[in-house]
Structure formats: C-alpha cells, structure tokens
Design a protein around this ligand. Structure first.
Ligand SMILES: NC(=O)c1ccc[n+]([C@@H]2O[C@H](COP(=O)([O-])OP(=O)(O)OC[C@H]3O[C@@H](n4cnc5c(N)ncnc54)[C@H](OP(=O)(O)O)[C@@H]3O)[C@@H](O)[C@H]2O)c1
Length: 278
C-alpha cells in the first residue's frame, strides 16, 4: 500500500498517516509495533516520556523494513528544556532507538511556566544543522508559543502535534498552522476512549462507503490535511486505519463530522497555558 506524503516547510516528505506507540511497551509492545510496520506504517511516533524508544528501535530492526524507509519521531520532555539538556536528551533518544538520526523531533509540551522552551527550540535548530534530526517541530504549542520561537530563532517548526479528533477539531490552530506553513499532526486522532464511532455522522458515512467508523475518522483527518497517528495494538485495526486511500468522503460528510466538535470535547483536562509535563 502506498501512502501519500505532505511536503513540509523544510522540503521533507511526511507520510499522511502515522502510528502512535503509546502505551506499547515490553515484548508485547515490540510485537505490536513490528506488526504495524509490516502492515505498512512508515511514520512511527514515540517520546522519551513513553518509555518505549528501545522497543520502537527493536521493532524497526525486527520488521525487515530498511531504516531509511521509516520516519521516526520522538519528543523532548519538559525536564530537558535547557539547551544542553535538550542536546543530551536527543543523543540519548538516538542511543535508545539505535539510530544515527531522528526524522522528526518535537518539544513535547511548551511548559510555559518553566519558560525554557525557546532554549529547547534553539537546540533543535542546531541539532538539525548537525544532521542528528532531519525535521524539527513542536507539540501542544499555542499561537503565542509558536510566534515566540519563530521570532526568537527565525525558524518555523515543520509540525505542531496537537490533540485533534471529531469532538475537538482544532479549527483555530489549523488556521494558524495554515498561515505559518506548519503541518498539523493529530494526537488521539480517534478520540481515544471517547471515539465517536456510534455518531450518525460517522457510522452512516461508514455504511455508505462500506468501511469501518475508524476508517471514516482517519479519512476525515486526511481530507482536512492533518496527519493522524492512531494507536492500535490490534493488527486488523492497524490495517484498517491505514487503508483509507481507496474512498473519499463528500464535503457534506466531512462537514457533518467536523460539526461534532463541542466545547467539552477536549480529552486533555489541564490548563494549556500553565500545564507542566515533565
Ligand atoms: N503529543 C502529545 O502530547 C500526545 C498525547 C497523547 C497521545 N500522543 C500520541 O498519539 C498517539 C495516538 O493517540 P492515543 O493512543 O491517545 O489515541 P487514539 O489513537 O485516538 O486511540 C487509541 C485507542 O483507539 C482504539 N482504536 C484504534 N483504532 C481503532 C479502530 N479502527 N476501531 C476501534 N478502536 C480503535 C485503540 O484500541 P486497540 O489498541 O485495542 O486497537 C486504542 O484504545 C499516541 O499513541 C501517541 O503516540 C501524543
């Protein structure tokens, strides 16, 4: 199965759908990630804080797929936001994964009350120049955080990975990303524990296209231009979630799913302006 790509603002080609690896750990986690790669996923999403970079590296080696065909993403945790800490953190991630570069490296949370994310960003800019990281980006950044690092460094992140699913559609941040030339990646793209699979807008579209509700949700992301990274430990669902390039939702179907957005739809229940993720 060939997956379409998005050209990022640095010229790299990001697969249009990826695979989330949290909380896949241990031998079972390796199995699930090997299965995902063999089922066609090329973009894998991990983080220092998931504690599974070794498992991801092991799965890459066991998969039989050449390293250069894969897009490995990791994330710098809040406790590593100092410049030197961010450099050391990245080298440790490379070591745990057993690779010589990351394809995408993100700042996991801005941790605004610590206020050192601009330092972490400057470290990423330098790590990219050194070739240890191919593309650089952020996660859970607001417009103000993005503006600050762009003004400070002159470098715009290639990606901002944010919570996005049919109950929390991120229309505002997607417009900001569009204006700045940043690709939206969607975490918890299915809506995790509160996936909207029984909603008529999703279930009826699935019925009409002869696909599953999960495929409809992934396809909705694809048509909005966001890159979903669904996690599934189930090989059959892994295959389904990637098999979304043989049908197209109508504009009305996309709009009906986007209309599921609701004020209390956010899964994250902290205050994004003060939340600390160490
Ligand atoms: N940057 C951040 O701050 C941040 C935060 C949260 C998550 N993430 C990333 O985003 C990834 C995905 O998010 P997530 O795991 O929270 O949520 P998700 O991908 O929206 O949902 C995962 C859940 O949905 C189930 N599922 C997946 N496909 C399905 C299908 N087709 N039909 C029915 N159920 C299905 C999975 O169950 P089974 O495994 O049993 O199939 C799992 O319980 C994470 O793994 C992580 O890499 C990033």
């Amino acid at each position: 199965m060939s997956i379409p790509h998005h050209t990022l603002n640095d010229g790299s080609e990001l697969p249009a759908v990826g695979f989330g690896t949290y909380p896949l750990n241990g031998a079972e986690g390796v199995e699930a990630i090997v299965s995902a790669i063999r089922n066609g996923y090329r973009l894998l999403d991990t983080a220092v804080n998931y504690g599974n970079e070794e498992e991801v590296g092991e799965a890459v080696r066991r998969s039989g797929v050449p390293r250069e065909e894969l897009w490995l993403t990791s994330k710098i945790p809040g406790r590593h936001h100092g410049y030197e800490d961010a450099v050391a953190s990245t080298k440790e991630s490379l070591h745990r994964l057993g690779v010589d570069h990351l394809d995408l490296h993100l700042i996991h949370w801005p941790n605004p009350s610590v206020d050192r994310y601009p330092e972490a960003w400057r470290a990423l800019v330098d790590l990219q120049k050194q070739g240890l990281v191919r593309s650089i980006g952020v996660s859970n950044f607001t417009e103000a955080h993005l503006s600050r690092i762009i003004a400070d460094s002159g470098v715009t992140p290639a990606v901002n990975q944010v919570e996005m699913h049919p109950y929390f559609t991120q229309a505002g941040m997607r417009a900001v990303h569009e204006r700045l030339g940043i690709r939206t990646e969607a975490w918890s793209p299915m809506g995790k524990r509160s996936a909207p699979f029984a909603e008529p807008a999703v279930a009826e579209a699935a019925e009409r296209h002869g696909v599953t509700p999960g495929q409809v949700v992934v396809r909705w992301h694809v048509q909005l231009g966001s890159v979903p990274i669904p996690k599934s430990a189930t090989p059959q669902r892994q295959r389904q979630n990637l098999d979304v390039f043989g049908f197209e939702l109508t504009d009305d179907e996309v709009a009906a799913i986007s209309a599921l957005d609701r004020p209390d739809g956010r899964l994250f229940d902290g205050d994004p302006d003060t939340h600390e993720e160490m």
